[in-house]
Write a protein that binds this ligand. Structure first.
Ligand SMILES: [Zn+2]
Ligand SMILES: [Zn+2]
Length: 286
């Protein structure tokens, strides 16, 4: 996949509260971050799907950029098998002032990183070279049932914090239990899939995503080429979103051979209506 006049190599930035998480780091990522006015030093994690150049050529540049901007905190780079070795090659090939540490995690199937607020899981996919899909899952949150606590005249009070932590509280002689005074809100899920052929386990991995960000390399008429280059075709991408019960499907990584991108999206939409092609630097709220 080559960059075109309008489309750069893949790189998707996820912002969750204070965490900036980058998925893939294609050529030109540091420049795109600059255009988006995002300070690169705030990036804590870089998840690489695989080591084809379109997903990883931006790493040396990114390391240079982080160094030049004075990053001090550790950077965690996650990738498939042999990522440690490849990062060492980058360190040998280029030179920069190492004012920050790079921790490398080679991920397989399952949980990769867990914080108090979210989990990122990986799944090995089929692309002819070690390649991973990732899912970001926000943890379930306990919320105050204001409609209920309001009946006791309790809307804003430090006691509500205790209730939220699961304690029964007492207010004006009345007891409020967490069972009645709180409810659980399901966390959001974002799944990132590129590059792979379709295989059924992708459906389970993406199950109930609020958003699937997926490659959409080839149209159905180029099935043979897709199989040869180990990518998905439009109808498979649509079917993946449909069968995994996704709310939204964001498409990227479209072969530059299709000058009419609308045609590509329309083909996906025949299977899954909530599909959208994303443009470079486009911001999406989930
Ligand atoms: Zn690839
Ligand atoms: Zn690619």
């Amino acid at each position: 996949m080559f960059p075109t006049e309008r489309r750069n190599h893949p790189s998707v930035l996820l912002r969750y509260n204070g965490d900036l998480i980058l998925f893939d780091c294609g050529e030109g990522t540091q420049k795109q971050l600059r255009k988006a006015k995002i300070p690169p030093t705030k990036i804590k994690y870089i998840f690489i799907t695989h080591w084809h150049g379109d997903h990883s050529l931006g790493l040396p540049g990114m390391f240079q950029s982080l160094s030049a901007h004075g990053k001090k905190e550790k950077l965690i780079v996650v990738g498939p098998a042999k990522t440690k070795e490849r990062i060492e090659y980058i360190k040998k090939a280029f030179t920069w002032y190492e004012n920050f540490q790079i921790e490398v995690i080679e991920a397989k199937n399952g949980k990769v990183i867990e914080t108090d607020e979210w989990i990122i899981k990986a799944m090995e996919v089929k692309h002819g070279t070690p390649c991973l899909a990732y899912s970001f899952e926000e943890k379930e949150k306990v919320k105050i049932n204001i409609e209920y606590t309001k009946k006791f005249g309790l809307i804003q009070h430090p006691l509500l914090g205790k209730l939220q932590k699961g304690q029964t509280i007492e207010w004006k002689g009345k007891k409020i239990t967490p069972k009645k005074g709180t409810f659980k809100k399901k966390g959001k899920k974002i799944t990132y899939i590129t590059d792979t052929v379709f295989f059924p386990e992708l459906i389970d991995f993406s199950m109930d995503s609020d958003v699937i960000i997926s490659e959409c390399s080839f149209m159905d008429r180029d099935t043979e080429m897709a199989l040869d280059k180990k990518h998905m075709i439009t109808s498979q991408v649509g079917m993946l979103a449909k069968k995994s019960n996704a709310k939204k499907l964001l498409l990227f990584h479209i072969s530059p051979r299709y000058s009419n991108e609308k045609e590509v999206v329309e083909e996906v939409k025949k299977v899954f209506e909530e599909a959208k092609l994303v443009n470079d630097l486009e911001k999406i709220n989930v």
